[in-house]
Design a protein around this ligand. Structure first.
Ligand SMILES: CC(C)(COP(=O)(O)OP(=O)(O)OC[C@H]1O[C@@H](n2cnc3c(N)ncnc32)[C@H](O)[C@@H]1O)[C@@H](O)C(=O)NCCC(=O)NCCS
Ligand SMILES: Nc1ncnc2c1ncn2[C@@H]1O[C@H](COP(=O)(O)OP(=O)(O)OP(=O)(O)O)[C@@H](O)[C@H]1O
Length: 398
């Protein structure tokens, strides 16, 4: 797929997707609207409409031969099996048409895909960014009944047929609360466009990594594992079969450890040739390659350095470093060992946290940051020795 920026926009019925989508389109986004496509594929004379009639009967047709939508909705949302049957007919047609529209967009487009069933269809990893619009259930029901004239029972039946809040939270890179007045959410959308989507698009198109993070240490963020999982899901989908495994490593992977707000991820491939073979797809998925020859320091004197490839996330609001390594390099194993060891040793974690804070204070005071990494590394090197003892005692394997 061409490397345009793909934004998945979703939310429960009545939450305000169209409101957000319309504003993004005003800024210049190319809208792909699944509800609209779902109507087009069942217009009079289409094979889609014929299939729906064959499955649900002539009484879902209006007098003029077009689809009687309320009649079909009454059947479709009455039970799970009927809805599945309808989805089975309509979704493949919608999918094919969506792919066509996306393929036709300009290379510098920001595509906003307004797709009600993104979560239900497990489609999140296909997007560079997933935006969820939310409003409390009762507010949504009221809007649908008052502004759209929907029967309350129908509104609730559709809400029941959709994903839960927790399922939406898990895939949301951006959560827009539209429970209040419209201008509040629209101001958030304006900022999202200017501060995130515009630079994100340019970074992906130009294969330009985002600027490096300042080395500020933040308290542990309990959403880091979930955020890492979302990025890993994108990377797995982009990299395909050559990817042997994908892991969250580094300080943000250790519960309770304060860290720089950067997600470190490790992609395992069998060789550097495979790292190069997946590089293009990884770039287009939103993780441009960091140019240069990257090596991890060997721990033993005289050992050859361990080469790797490094990709850096293009999203200006989410720092991600992707280390692509072969399991033959000791640093591949150490990344996983260090994580598992420090997760299992809260006292070591706290000592490490204390050291990082001390170094940060010291180097903030004298204005240097270069020595920060060196001093930290000497603690880590000593910790590796303790971790190896633990690995041997517990028969740890990566
Ligand atoms: C049943 C139909 C005819 C009812 O038409 P109606 O004009 O009342 O609703 P409309 O299509 O505008 O959809 C409004 C909202 O209902 C919800 N909804 C629609 N279909 C579904 C579904 N299959 N499952 C869950 N929610 C759905 C979505 O939140 C959507 O935004 C229509 O929704 C339909 O054909 N649905 C199947 C296709 C589909 O899944 N569309 C949604 C995205 S592709
Ligand atoms: N913040 C708001 N305050 C009041 N009304 C709102 C607000 N946001 C949206 N609405 C109204 O609520 C209704 C639903 O909003 P909208 O059409 O944007 O939701 P949607 O998520 O696209 O719905 P659907 O799932 O049916 O496509 C509309 O009539 C809209 O005008």
């Amino acid at each position: 797929m061409a490397p345009m920026l793909r934004v998945g926009l979703t939310g429960g019925i009545g939450a305000g997707k169209s409101t957000v989508a319309t504003r993004l389109a005003e800024h210049g986004a190319v809208l792909v609207d699944s509800d609209k496509i779902a109507r087009e594929v069942v217009e009079p004379g289409t094979p889609g409409l014929a299939a729906v009639v064959a499955a649900f009967g002539e009484d879902v047709l209006a007098g003029d031969g077009s689809l009687n939508r309320p009649a079909l909705a009454a059947k479709a949302f009455a039970d799970e099996e009927s809805r599945r049957r309808l989805n089975g007919i309509v979704h493949p047609l919608v999918g094919a048409r969506t792919a066509e529209l996306m393929a036709g967009a300009a290379a510098d487009a920001v595509i906003v895909h307004d797709i009600p069933l993104l979560v239900e269809g497990h489609l999140a990893p296909a997007y560079h960014l997933v935006v969820i619009v939310d409003a409390p259930m009762e507010v949504r029901v009221r809007r649908l009944v008052e502004a759209r004239g929907m029967a309350e029972a129908d509104a609730r039946a559709r809400i029941r047929a959709q994903a839960s809040d927790a399922q939406r939270r898990a895939v949301a890179d951006v959560w827009l609360d539209n429970g209040g007045a419209q201008d509040i959410v629209l101001a958030e959308v304006d900022a999202l466009w200017a501060d995130r989507l515009v630079p994100f698009e340019a970074n992906v198109r130009l294969r330009r990594p985002r600027p490096p993070m300042s080395p500020v240490i933040t308290p542990y963020d309990t959403t880091w594992p979930m955020q890492a999982e979302r990025q890993l899901a994108r990377l797995r989908q982009a990299a395909g079969d050559r990817l042997l495994r994908a892991d969250h490593i580094g300080s943000t992977s250790v519960p309770g450890l304060p860290a720089k707000d950067v997600l470190d991820l490790q992609l395992t491939v069998s060789s550097l040739d495979d790292a190069d073979a997946i590089a293009g797809a990884v770039c287009d998925a939103g993780f441009p390659l960091l140019e240069g020859e990257w090596v991890d320091d060997p721990q033993e004197d005289g050992a050859a350095p361990w080469p790797k490839r490094v990709h850096v996330g293009a999203d200006p609001k989410r720092a991600v470093n992707v280390h692509v390594r072969s399991p033959e390099t000791p640093s591949w194993r150490l990344a996983l060992l260090f994580r598992d060891w420090i997760r299992a040793h809260p006292q070591e974690r706290d000592a490490y946290a204390e050291l990082k804070q001390q170094l940060a204070r010291k180097h903030a005071a004298d204005g240097t940051i270069e020595h920060y990494a060196d001093e930290k590394q000497s603690w880590v090197n000593a910790a590796f020795t303790r971790a190896e003892v633990w690995a041997a005692q517990t028969s740890w394997t990566p």
